[in-house]
Design a protein around this ligand. Sequence first.
Ligand code: ZN
Length: 203
Amino acid sequence: MSAPALVACLECDLLHRQARLPAGGEARCTRCGAHLFRSARPDANELALALALAASILFVAANLFPLLGLEVRGTRSSTTLLDAVRSLWDDEARAVAVLVFVTTMLVPAAELFGLIWVLTALRRGARAWGAVPMLHFIESVKPWGMVEVFVLGVLVSLVKLATIATVEPGVALYSFGALMALIAAAAAAFDAEAAWARLEAIR
Ligand SMILES: [Zn+2]
C-alpha cells in the first residue's frame, strides 16, 4: 500500500488514517465501532471461485436439459428454458420473453463469467483484462439476476399444471434448484473489498 490514505467512517463521518493490518484483520471506527475496511487474506476469494465454477457447470446443465415434461391425453412434450423463451416470443409475449431471458440466462451467465474471469487471474497474482469494469459490472448487475424468483415461479406453476396434466420435472429443473443455492453461496462468499484490494496491490 502506498501513502497512508484517509478513510471516513460510513456511519459517523470520522476520518481515520489508514493503517497496515495483519492479514484478515478488520479496522473499526474509533468513535462508533462501525466497520471501516479489512485486510484481505490471500485466500479471501478461493471459496467464491470454487462455488462460481461449480455454478457454471450447473448453469450449462440447466440450459441444455429439458426443464419439464408434460403429458396431456397421451401427448408428450418436453421443453428447455430456451424453448420456453422462444415460444413466449412467438406468442407475442415479447416483454416477458426478454425479461425471462435477461434475468435467468444473461445476467447469471455474465455474473458467473465475470467472477471466474477476475478471480482466476487474481489467484495467479495477475490482473485480468477488463478487471475493473468487470467488478463494477458484477456489483451493478446483481439485482437483475433472479434465478430464485424463476425457480419459485416454476414450482408454483408445476403445482397448478399437475391438476390438468402429468408433469415430469426435468434434469434442468433440479439443476436450476441447485444453481439457485450455489449462486447465492458464491455471492455471499465473494469479498468484493478483498478483490479490489488485491487489484490495487497488483497495479
Ligand atoms: Zn464511526
